[in-house]
Design a protein around this ligand. Structure first.
Ligand SMILES: Cc1ncc(COP(=O)(O)O)c(C=O)c1O
Length: 555
């Protein structure tokens, strides 16, 4: 394949409505940041989002976040609660206003703001500062709806307005209602890579006529009604141009097709990856309440998966910006940071890039960004763990079924097939430890079926102990039982505990065991001192020395 497959490229209506509306703007000389296209685009957006909302079209989604915060009265010294797992535009406007973002981590199934942690953060901020946060900003990550009913209930309890950052979630729904219409304000983005585009642009969904008018004023330098320019408040030049709005009007004729396409691509990924060990497609909770637009499709790569070229990951400072940015980046001094995607994820990105496929890591959580090192953060490990294993794949209107198949094939090709050998020493060690430690025995008895979400927590794991890593559909399905050096956190899929895992080095002695995803449910250490493994079909099989688990190849 010699074409390049991008994450999400701008795609115009076949009827060419975008150009017709732009032509009209030129014909009538409405080449300004207001005009009939802007008005009509706003009406289209209002009809689309419903709920009697009023919409202001703006120059960007970032501008929409900024104006929403102003409307919530955010000012110097205030705090605003922001989902940590997001693009920087959700939180940067907080700092434009001299306020401080307080970051809240995500829940494991939606990857969006964890309602329990949100409430904990609110209570703690009130206790520590004596002030209530001025706004709450949940984010529809990659289009996934947040648990907005719970978030709204908590926000209402404490009287805090919600600014929904639905920049990536245009057209996503929760219980049938379009995102951006639940909170007091809703942010939309029409950047070049979004579900629809105006080349660059955004909009703010406002609750009523007065908020709409006030947002308009702030977006237009806040002028007083005098025959000359009189300013009593600081405003901004944030209105959308009539040219861009012409594109937006055209895009609204195909928005539903775009959303259906993204959802179709997601389904295809889910089908094609279903039997690929070590890869989990992130999917919306199957409760019937969530309808993601799947702006980008995302997968998780189990940390035990070896990818071609992994040994070269992060060896050199990269010469371009992931995600484009037209090369406008500050050159880094070092190829690595203290929080980055796993080597296999970076190797996969590089492999796919060489195969003509744009893939990129998930957003690095804001609480791990150096620029926010002093911001308060309420974390549970979810966003950081996901950042380490996650990756965005192409999903836009130009991505064909054939492209998706090609992408999946390339990903499979990139994975180095492997298997691990259990040796006598390890078997002995497992047996001894299981006998010696009641806690361990208890842990080993945990049954981790894919739908068992009420898994018990494990706390810190001592080096040398034996750890069944919980199976969870959104994370690793690999059971890791390893002996050796503690190397990294391992997300246990429950959203609360990060386990320390002991990772196998392919060059090291065969003294560790991992179980490839999908093959085994759990490991049991029986009182009798034998170690057995439960297979998917419920059989227990004894493990012996030199047992080969998984593929037929030895490391
Ligand atoms: C979560 C999120 N919020 C806000 C924005 C800002 O939108 P814009 O790029 O239109 O300024 C973006 C994306 O670009 C985003 O992904």
């Amino acid at each position: 394949m010699n074409k390049r497959i991008y994450l999400c490229l701008a795609h115009m209506s076949e009827a060419g409505w975008e150009q017709k509306y732009i032509q009209e703007a030129f014909d009538t000389n409405w080449v300004v940041p207001l005009g009939p296209n802007v008005n009509a685009f706003e009406k289209d957006l209002e009809a689309f989002v419903g709920e009697n909302k009023r919409v202001v079209a703006l120059s960007s989604g970032t501008a929409a976040v900024h104006l929403a915060l102003i409307a919530c009265g955010v000012g110097p010294g205030d705090e605003v609660i922001v989902q940590s797992f997001t693009f920087c535009a959700s939180s940067h406007p907080v700092t434009y206003l001299g306020a401080t973002p307080v970051f809240v981590d995500s829940e494991p199934d939606t990857w969006n703001m964890d309602p329990d942690l949100l409430e904990e953060a609110i209570k703690d901020r009130i206790a520590k500062t004596g002030k209530t946060p001025k706004a709450i900003v949940p984010v529809a990550l990659y289009g996934m709806p947040y648990r907005i009913d719970r978030i709204m209930a908590i926000a209402d309890k404490y009287g805090i307005p919600v600014v929904e950052d639905a920049a990536e979630g245009f057209g996503s729904r929760y219980k049938g209602q379009v995102l951006g219409t639940f909170g007091k304000y809703g942010v939309l983005s029409f950047n070049g890579n979004k579900v629809i585009t105006t080349s660059g642009g955004g909009a703010l969904v406002t609750p009523d006529e007065e908020s709409w008018m006030e947002t308009m004023r702030y977006a237009t330098q806040y002028r007083e009604s005098y025959p000359y320019y009189q300013h009593e408040k600081i405003g901004y030049n944030y209105r959308m141009s009539n040219i861009c709005a012409g594109i937006g009007r055209g895009q609204m004729t195909i928005v539903n097709d775009h959303i259906a396409h993204h959802q179709h691509v997601q389904k295809l990924y889910e089908e094609l990856f279903a039997d690929v060990p070590g890869i989990t497609v992130h999917a919306q909770p199957a409760t019937g309440e969530f309808e993601s637009n799947y702006w980008l499709c995302t997968i998780m790569l189990d940390s035990s998966v070896r990818v071609q070229g992994q040994e070269n990951a992060y060896k050199a400072v990269i010469q371009g910006a992931v995600g484009g940015a037209a090369g406008v980046i500050h050159m880094a001094d070092t190829p690595t940071t203290d929080c980055q995607p796993n080597d296999n994820v970076e190797a996969m990105r590089v492999f796919l890039d060489a195969a003509g496929i744009e893939a990129r890591p998930l957003w690095k959580p804001m609480h791990k960004q150096p620029v926010y090192k002093n911001a308060p953060a309420y974390v549970n490990g979810v966003s950081e763990a996901m950042f380490k294993v996650g990756m965005c794949l192409p999903a836009g209107p130009y991505v064909t079924d054939e492209d998706v198949r090609y992408i999946v094939e390339k990903i499979k090709e990139a994975i180095v097939s492997r298997a691990l050998v259990i040796d006598n020493d390890l078997l002995d060690s497992l047996t001894k430890q299981a006998k010696a430690s009641p806690r361990l025995r208890q842990n080993l008895d945990l049954r981790n079926t894919p739908d068992d979400t009420s898994q018990r927590m494990l706390n810190a794991i001592e080096p040398g102990s034996v750890v069944p890593v919980h199976r969870h559909r959104t994370t690793s399905e690999t059971v890791a039982v390893l002996r050796g050096r503690l190397v990294e956190d391992f997300y246990d899929g429950s959203g609360h505990t990060c386990l320390k895992s002991i990772e196998l080095s392919p060059d090291g002695p065969a003294s560790a065991l991992t179980v490839p995803m999908g093959q085994w449910h759990s490991i049991r250490a029986l009182e009798s001192g034998t170690v057995t493994m439960e297979t998917k079909d419920g059989r227990y099989e004894p493990l012996g020395p030199e047992d080969i688990i998984g593929d037929d190849t030895r490391v």
